[in-house]
Design a protein around this ligand. Sequence first.
Ligand SMILES: CC(C)(COP(=O)(O)OP(=O)(O)OC[C@H]1O[C@@H](n2cnc3c(N)ncnc32)[C@H](O)[C@@H]1OP(=O)(O)O)[C@@H](O)C(=O)NCCC(=O)NCCS
Length: 198
Amino acid sequence: MVNFKFIFLKYIKKIFHVINKRIKFDDKGKGNSIEWGKNFYYDKIFVTFNGNNNHITIGNNCRFMQTNHLYVQGDGNIIEIGNNVSFDQNVGVLAADGTKVTIGDGCMFAEGVRIRTSDQHPIYDCDSNMVVNASKDVKIGNNVWLGAYVIINKGVTIKNDCVVGIGSIVTKDVDSNCIAVGIPARIIKNNIYWKNEE
Ligand SMILES: CC(C)(COP(=O)(O)OP(=O)(O)OC[C@H]1O[C@@H](n2cnc3c(N)ncnc32)[C@H](O)[C@@H]1OP(=O)(O)O)[C@@H](O)C(=O)NCCC(=O)NCCS
C-alpha cells in the first residue's frame, strides 16, 4: 500500500529545506530524486540534475559543511553516499553519461575535493572516430580520507581505509590501507590505517 503520510512528510521536509535556502535544487529533467538519511547536517548544498532519471542517496549521520555541489549530467546517473560521511567546504561530486559514484561509510573529504566520472566533453580518435575518454564509474570504499584539493578522476576505485595526500590527482586504482600522494598519485606507504578522532 502507498504510504501517503510518509510521502507527504518527505515532501514537506524538502520544501522546508528549499525555503531555508540551505539546499538549492536545479532540476532540469524528469524522474530525478534525492534521499537523505537521519541526522543529516549541511550548510548550503547545490544539487543539479541536468538530465532525467538520476538518483542521489545520502546515508545516515552525514555532515556536509558549506557550499558542496552534487551534479549529474545526462540520464541514469547515480550518486550513492554511505553513512557517517563528512564533506568539508566546497566539495564537488559529478556523475555524468549514465555513471555511478559510490562513496562508502565513514569517509572524510577535506576542503575542495573533486570527484568526477566524466570529462564532460568527448575526445575522438581521428581514424576510428571512437571516443577515447569514455566516462567511467568511481568507487570510494569505506573509511577513506581524501586530503584537501584532491581530485579523483573517472574510472578510479579506492579501496577501504586509504588516505590520499593534499593536492593529489588520482588517476589509477588504490589498494586498501595505503597512502597515495602526488600527480598522478602514487602509493608511498602500505599497511596503514587512520581514525577520524575529531
Ligand atoms: C598524505 C599525508 C597524510 C602523508 O603524511 P606522512 O605520512 O607524514 O608523509 P611524509 O610527510 O613522511 O611524506 C612522505 C613522502 O611523501 C611526500 N608527500 C607527502 N604528502 C604529499 C603530497 N600531498 N603530495 C606529494 N607528495 C607528498 C613527501 O614529500 C615525502 O616524499 P619523500 O619520501 O620523497 O621525501 C600528508 O602529507 C597529507 O597530505 N595530509 C593531508 C592533509 C589534509 O589535507 N588535511 C585536511 C584536513 S581533513
